[in-house]
Design a protein around this ligand. Structure first.
Ligand SMILES: [Zn+2]
Length: 357
């Protein structure tokens, strides 16, 4: 009877042991064979405790190394890929060399600021979130959002992180006043309308030092100003890109100096490019944006070949922080940029990308 019960337990535990630790199972079988029957039940109890203990070890060992605890997104308004290539940008160059990047990520149409900042943080396009132009206000819109979250707007990554990590710190520092209306301020600890790019960086790094946020968003507006004033690609524009690079370096340096290089991801991207002294139209110069990720759980030295859309940024942020994405989002994590530990079984690409000329 005892032997029949023991053999059933062997069957039941074999599948568990397959997943966990063969050596413990083998040890148990050895003991069962060698010991007198009267010791088998106590032996089983001892081995069961060892199995449970080993399953704990396996679970701990399976935790991804270098998981991100903090994500910083730096959005540089109007930063076109050709702006980076024509400027001296040692900080961005380093992030590309040590991270995963593409200079062919896509904004959404229209290539206006509100539509694109919204898409970046809302994991979806204007068709879903309804922010179709800079004229949009919470009480003035042409298309209603398909889903209303808190504060009556389409859910952003800020409310998603608040929901998934209720005690985490979340901060938003924006240099363009209009950015504030796109964010559920009640989901954030601090939303600051900064006074210029240097102030935005100074105040966001202060927040980093004092609160160690899970999610920090920094918006810089001065590159877009230079584009509108003197033209995209003009000497002033290039100078503005170089200032952005120095400010980005300031953020990366703070991350490193505070000992968070191993658990932080920095993403640098833009809302749109530009042509002549404007944007909003449908040219490649306006719709192509840089997308650079660097840090914990990000592959190094990878030039991304698969398509990246601005609304994939929010989905990537949530994946990095292990927070579930709202079901209404259409963006997907940029898995090509992620190390194996941040990949999911659901990420299998349906097909190889098709080159477009
Ligand atoms: Zn813009």
């Amino acid at each position: 009877m005892l032997s029949a019960w023991a053999s059933w337990r062997v069957c039941e535990h074999r599948s568990v042991a397959n997943r966990m630790n063969y050596s413990v199972l083998e040890l148990w079988i050895l003991l069962m064979r060698s010991e007198p029957r009267c010791y088998q039940l106590p032996t089983f109890c001892v081995v069961l405790v060892m199995l449970l203990a080993s399953s704990g070890q396996v679970a701990r060992a399976a935790e991804p190394e270098g998981a991100a605890k903090h994500v910083i997104v730096i959005g540089v308004d109007g930063l076109a890929p050709f702006g980076i290539s024509s400027a001296n940008t040692p900080a961005l160059d380093r992030l590309c060399e040590q991270g995963a990047s593409t200079m062919h990520a896509r904004a959404v149409m229209p290539t206006s600021s509100s539509s694109n900042w919204a898409s970046m943080i809302m994991g979806a396009g204007p068709e879903q979130h309804g922010i179709t132009s800079n004229e949009w206000e919470r009480n003035r819109f042409e298309i209603a959002p398909v889903v209303k979250g808190s504060e009556g707007i389409y859910p952003t990554m800020f409310s998603a992180v608040r929901k998934g990590l209720p005690t985490s710190a979340i901060g938003v520092f924006h240099d363009w006043g209009g950015f504030g209306r796109l964010v559920e301020s009640e989901s954030c600890d601090l939303v600051v309308d900064a006074d210029g790019p240097v102030d935005a960086i100074d105040r966001s790094t202060e927040f980093w030092n004092s609160r160690n946020p899970s999610l920090l968003f920094i918006h810089l507006d001065h590159v877009d100003h230079a584009g509108h004033a003197e033209g995209w690609g003009s000497p002033d524009y290039v100078q503005a890109v170089q200032l952005a690079d120095r400010l980005i370096n300031q953020v990366v340096t703070v991350v490193e100096k505070t000992g968070h290089k191993s658990d932080t991801v920095v993403i640098v991207t833009s809302d749109h490019g530009g042509v002549d002294k404007g944007h909003g139209g449908s040219t490649m110069a306006e719709i192509e944006i840089p997308w650079i990720a660097w840090g914990a759980g990000i592959r190094t030295g990878v030039e991304l070949k698969k398509p990246v859309n601005t609304y994939d940024t929010a989905a990537t942020v949530l994946r990095l922080l292990d927070v579930p994405a709202p079901a209404c989002w259409v963006g997907r994590p940029v898995t090509e940029a992620l190390s194996q530990s941040k990949q999911s079984e659901d990420d299998a690409a349906p097909s190889e990308p098709v080159a477009v000329e």
